[in-house]
Design a protein around this ligand. Structure first.
Ligand code: GLA
Length: 736
């Protein structure tokens, strides 16, 4: 038996070491373990050269034991020999949901994939790339599976390339990114659904036999009804600190599909990728199709570590400028909507300065002349400043902002068009609509055809021209409000089934071009709220807009669920007039991420204004801990009357604890201490209440000091009550 462990490629080795294996003999069973700090994925090539998954879970102490897993775990017969395929081809002997399905150039629908070779490269101290080449013995058709592993973060990104060497065109009917295999007695799925202002509503249920599919067919704003993120707990529902759990997400901003199928051996097969709905893809001779990555992490110690794995990975490697800083801001959407002019904006610029935030963000309504953008019925596509509202253009606003000592940012929705626009009339062929059917609108608008390179140029230049007009432009809010109805591209002609894939590729082309010219300008990923939050897009964006629902009580729940998958630095949270909670509650909730405001500052009472100004200053003192700290969920709002979230600085010298009342019935509150996590048991800490409303005295005694051990085992009661419905505690290491 030949055996190779890529463990030896982990950090101790020098960079770019490559190990290649091939020439495999048919009688041997070769094991390929892919290790991270805590976990291992063990693949095995069987006697017939098919690649299977043996195990995905906590690492074993002895790497030599990996080869024994296969025998130890076989249960009922696998009469197909395919149940555990690492990438299940359709049409040969598979009888379950395939990962890939193709129609060859000769019309044949069968595919077999056999191991050819594999290679492991060390890309950096923390990152390895394993690639495994598979080939159909009967057709000149290949798939290479890629596993990019992040050792310290326990994260794997998995994708594949599909290459045809056939003489004619091959049609890809299904082309998943990953095909995982998990083994347990029970599987619990936590999935999400939503709608406008109702993002990230969870369902957690036990999976039964058959296939459960999570998917989107919306094209754009693809997560409106369902995002691609999910969790699977093995045996029983994982808690924050216990249980085996896998978190997964597709890095793709369009239609996705994840099938979860319990196979006849009670294993769970997870197949995730671009949704093949209406998306058969043509591969010409010599062409390669690359799937997006499916990212996942596993934790044997509950959801908390799994979420911190993803946070670390995102900040280190995926989210744009994940280790960088962010700008606090004042937005004018809810304070003016479409109704503003130069003088009103110059008042808002002064308010921005007065509040103490970094930037003023001008929202929707600044453009369109023949069809002015005075409501959401007109103007999208005509990205010239409205001459009545802004006679001197955005350059003038930017100049005033500079004079006021604040930065300037602007809203765009460049993928969209209103039928009431010049653009719509000039370029009907750029608009996605069925030539023979009535137009049907979502928010009175249609989507531009980003599969068309000319449209990509237009979208690029729309944003580029803003930077040309205002070289100091410091922020973009990129919106995408509409789903795609009547999917049809004039450009694609008889290749309509490539439309959904080519749209997203076109979008990424534009974003890549923008990022090569403007590498770090912060950009907010917005989609009528959180309709497009995914790691495919977040590599180009510094933050996302979780929801238009900014009622802070709602946000406690929404942000809680997002926080499993995305780090706080990426969550743009604005203080608005939504909800019935106090100003303090609203500000505290918005501080659990990147703070912004969308209120009429000039109408705040002097004491409210003072509170906000102090809060901005306090936030500047703690933001590094919120953005880069380790996040611990202490009290779940779904399970009690109080929600509590903790961010701990990695060196454990400082932490910030946010506590909220989420049930306002009589007498509800934090009646007992909440246990802190992530602190150093040996250190001593003092606890101080911050963000107090002017004149309000703290209840927590700042003079007492506690050991980390005490705070972890006995805890501290933030004294959350109806009168103190929101309490923020700063926990600092103290010498006594
Ligand atoms: C979407 C966004 C809002 C706002 C409006 C402007 O709904 O989510 O924040 O920018 O568009 O039209």
């Amino acid at each position: 038996m030949r055996y190779i462990s890529i463990k030896y490629l982990q950090p101790c080795f020098t960079a770019f070491l490559v190990i290649t294996m091939s020439g495999f003999t048919a009688s041997a069973q070769q094991t390929i373990p892919l290790e991270t700090a805590d976990n291992v994925l063990v693949l095995q090539i069987d006697q017939t050269k098919r690649l299977n998954t043996l195990y995905l879970g906590a690492k074993l102490a002895n790497t030599t034991d990996y080869a024994l897993i296969g025998d130890a775990r076989s249960s009922t017969a696998d009469f197909t020999g395919m149940f555990r395929s690492a990438y299940t081809p359709a049409g040969s002997r598979n009888v379950l949901e395939p990962a890939i399905s193709v129609t060859h150039a000769d019309g044949n629908n069968s595919l077999d994939l056999q191991y050819v070779s594999h290679e492991s490269k060390k890309l950096a101290a923390d990152i390895s790339l394993l690639s495994i080449r598979l080939k159909d013995p009967a057709y000149n058709f290949e798939v290479t599976l890629f596993y990019k592993s992040y050792y310290e973060e326990n994260v794997i990104e998995q994708w594949c390339t599909i290459t045809s060497g056939e003489k004619g065109t091959v049609t890809l009917q299904k082309f998943a990114s990953a095909n995982l295999n998990l083994q347990a007695k029970h599987y619990w799925l936590r999935q999400y659904h939503g709608d406008w202002a109702k993002e990230m509503r969870p369902d957690e249920t036990e999976l039964t036999h058959g296939i459960k599919t999570l998917d989107s067919k919306l094209g754009t704003r693809a997560n409106l009804l369902m995002p691609s993120v999910f969790m699977i707990s093995l045996d029983q529902p994982a808690t924050e600190d216990a249980g085996q759990v896998l978190f997964g997400a597709l890095e793709w901003s369009g239609n996705f599909r994840t099938d979860l199928e319990i196979d006849p051996q009670e294993n769970l097969r997870v197949i995730s990728g671009i949704n093949n709905y209406a998306s058969a893809y043509q591969l010409k001779p010599g062409e390669t199709f690359e799937t997006p990555a499916f990212v996942y992490t596993f934790s044997a110690k509950g959801k908390g570590p799994a979420s911190r794995n993803l946070h670390n990975w995102a900040r280190n490697y995926k989210l744009l400028d994940g280790k960088g800083t962010r700008l606090t801001l004042l937005n004018n959407w809810e304070s003016t909507y479409f109704d503003f002019n130069e003088s009103r904006l110059s008042g808002l610029l002064k308010d921005t300065h007065n509040l103490g935030v970094d930037l003023f963000l001008l929202d929707d309504g600044w453009f369109g002349n023949a069809y002015p953008r005075n409501s959401d019925h007109a103007g999208l596509g005509d990205w010239q400043e409205n001459r009545r509202k802004l006679p001197n253009g955005i350059a003038e606003i930017a100049k005033t902002a500079q004079a006021d000592g604040v930065k300037f940012g602007i809203w765009v929705e460049p993928e969209m068009v209103n039928p009431q626009s010049d653009l719509y009339h000039r370029h009907p062929d750029w608009v996605i609509k069925q030539p023979q059917r009535d137009e049907y609108y979502f928010r009175n608008q249609l989507v531009l055809d980003l599969s068309n390179a000319q449209v990509q140029d237009f979208v690029f230049h729309t944003v580029d021209s803003l930077f040309i007009k205002d070289p100091g432009l410091a922020y973009i809010k990129w919106d995408c409000n509409s789903v795609i109805y009547n999917a049809y591209s004039v450009k694609l002609g008889n290749l309509q089934s490539q439309f959904y894939v080519d749209y997203v590729r076109g979008l990424y082309n534009v974003l890549k071009r923008l990022r090569s010219k403007y590498p770090v300008v912060p950009m907010m990923l917005c989609s009528g709220g959180g309709g497009r939050v995914d790691y495919g897009a977040l590599q180009y964006f510094t933050e996302y807009w979780p929801s238009d629902n900014t009622d802070p009580l709602e946000r406690i729940f929404i942000q809680w669920e997002y926080s499993y998958f995305y780090p706080a630095i990426a969550s743009a949270n604005h203080v608005t007039d939504w909800g019935k909670q106090s100003l303090k509650y609203r500000v505290d909730a918005a501080m659990m991420g990147k703070l912004g405001f969308d209120i009429v500052v000039s109408k705040l009472s002097p004491v409210d204004l003072k509170f906000c100004q102090d809060a901005v200053a306090a936030y500047n003192g703690i933001k590094a801990v919120v953005w880069q700290g380790d996040q611990f969920r202490l009290a779940n709002p779904d399970q009690g009357s109080v929600a509590s979230m903790l961010y701990v600085k990695p060196d454990q010298t400082c932490a910030v604890m946010f506590n909220y009342l989420v049930n306002f019935r009589y007498g509800e509150g934090s009646h007992s201490p909440i246990l802190l996590k992530g602190l150093d048991a040996a250190k001593r800490y003092r606890v101080k209440e911050i963000n107090l409303y002017p004149g309000v005295k703290p209840v927590i005694d700042e003079q007492k000091s506690y050991s980390g051990d005490f705070l972890g085992k006995i805890g501290i009661n933030p004294v959350v009550t109806n009168e103190r419905s929101s309490v923020v505690l700063l926990i600092n290491e103290s010498n006594q």
